[in-house]
Design a protein around this ligand. Structure first.
Ligand code: URP
Ligand code: ZN
Ligand code: ZN
Length: 447
């Protein structure tokens, strides 16, 4: 039993108790009687466990692999209050979607947080339609495409996207896109190649905002034509978010995500260590992204956690070879709580929507996950809202060995994290068994 918490519910914050039986929430409000274990949460906020809808643990890329595997990545997630994460299957080694799902399930066995995957698709052809159906049978209902990265063989062209989107629409799934226009990326990259300007610090010049906005336009046209539910990952620019706003106004079913780094860092922070794709943008973009979040044009903040060590990042200077991506799963909530809520940009209910309810609804996990309600999984994050921490990478649990947010003063690090009724984090310690995380089988909406 959690006593006297300020409980963040979909319609407001109420003071009350949360009763847990087994893995589920059994009562909310003023709950009478005594329980076997009682937690006094007076002065603490109680949020539904956060869902990071975009992480890459154990990702092979650029001839290397991320430092975080599923054990360390999911532990880092729990310390940040992320009780559920969505990773991606890996298509680099060929195989059917079903093969890729089985391989990833086996890699994820050591996870301590609950999880599911988006199925990554990189070499679509029309004979593969049946694979979407088989993935859905396995509980994987969202499918990720890259509109760029041709050189590494990951790009899907528009004709193939059209066909794949049609199939996903027919079966009720969600199509995710990494939206960057390949022709524009090539144009801007070639300008840099001609001048020999390939240092990683110049990477942002290869992808100005038009690259993102034009690709999102294309994806929206395809979504309108095919009727697919579209989800645009890591939107980084005001221009891109504006295209999404117009698409929504036109009645297209499109959801969009941004990442904490696009909200709290800007182009001057981009460096060999703090390098990711899409790159960091101007201050005007981050200000606009907060606005788009508060207005509901952007529905989700997810981290794109992709952790490489400083040694891995620094082993190349040429931006075409640097493994892109930064760690972030553990700082997701503290960054949003500090820079979003404490700075007056987002209310508590909105914050909870963005980090729990929305990703759960979009990806078929609601109401099992994403909300504090009777019958839902007892995934609960208790936070003392006034406790502030000066961030140091050594206090985090990712194996990256650095954080892009070093030295920032952040509120919102959880005091207690409960996952399916089990206190897994308390007093800065993990209590739980390796491999306790569960794979979450999802269903398409309407089935
Ligand atoms: O730089 C990033 N984001 N790396 C991860 C792969 C991706 O494009 O999301
Ligand atoms: Zn991406
Ligand atoms: Zn990613």
């Amino acid at each position: 039993m959690i006593r006297e918490a300020d409980i963040v519910l979909p319609y407001g914050v109420i003071k009350g108790d949360i009763a847990i039986e087994g893995e589920k929430i059994s009562a909310l409000g003023n709950v009478s009687g005594r329980a076997k274990k009682e937690i006094s949460a007076s002065g603490m906020l109680a949020f539904p466990g956060f869902i990071d809808a975009h992480v890459h643990f154990s990702l092979p890329v650029s001839g290397t692999r991320t430092t975080d595997d599923f054990a360390s990545g999911s532990l880092s997630a729990l310390f940040g209050g992320v009780t559920t994460f969505i990773d991606f299957t890996v298509s680099a080694f060929g195989g059917t979607l079903a093969d890729n799902i089985e391989a990833r399930l086996s890699e994820a066995r050591e996870s301590v947080a609950d999880y599911t995957f988006h199925a990554e698709i990189t070499s679509w052809d029309r004979k593969r339609s049946w694979e979407i159906e088989s993935a859905i049978e396995k509980g994987i209902t969202s499918f990720k495409f890259f509109m760029t990265y041709e050189d590494s063989g990951r790009r899907t062209d528009k004709g193939k996207l059209y066909h794949a989107f049609s199939e996903i629409a027919r079966l009720g799934g969600v199509a995710l896109v990494h939206a960057e226009d390949e022709e524009l990326v090539k144009y801007f990259t070639n300008l840099l190649i001609e001048k020999g300007e390939l240092d990683v610090k110049l990477f942002p010049k290869s992808r100005p905002p038009i690259v993102e906005a034009m690709a999102i336009e294309d994806a929206l046209f395809l979504a309108r034509e095919t009727g697919v539910n579209l989800y645009v990952v890591h939107v980084s620019t005001a221009a891109g978010a504006e295209v999404i706003r117009k698409g929504k106004m036109d009645g297209i079913t499109v959801y969009a995500e941004t990442a904490p780094h696009y909200l709290v860092l800007t182009e001057g922070d981009f460096s060999e260590l703090v390098s990711m794709c899409p790159p960091l943008r101007r201050r005007e973009d981050s200000i606009a992204l907060w606005e788009f979040l508060s207005k509901g044009v952007l529905s989700v903040v997810a981290t794109d956690h992709c952790s490489f060590s400083p040694e891995q990042k620094k082993s190349f200077r040429d931006f075409r070879r640097v493994p892109m991506g930064i760690p972030g799963v553990e700082t997701l909530f503290p960054l949003l709580f500090t820079h979003g809520y404490a700075n007056g940009r987002l209310g508590l209910v909105k914050l909870s929507e963005i980090l729990s309810a929305n990703p759960a609804k979009i990806f078929g996990l609601y109401p099992r996950k994403g909300v504090l309600s009777v019958g839902s999984d007892a995934d609960i994050v208790l936070v003392n809202p006034s406790r502030e921490v000066k961030l140091e990478a050594s206090c985090l649990h990712s194996k990256a060995g650095y954080t892009p947010y070093e030295g920032m003063k952040l509120k919102g690090f959880p005091n207690i994290v409960i996952s399916r009724g089990e206190v897994v984090i308390e007093g800065g310690k993990f209590f739980g068994n390796r491999g306790r995380g569960k794979f979450l089988k999802r269903e398409v909406s309407g089935s």
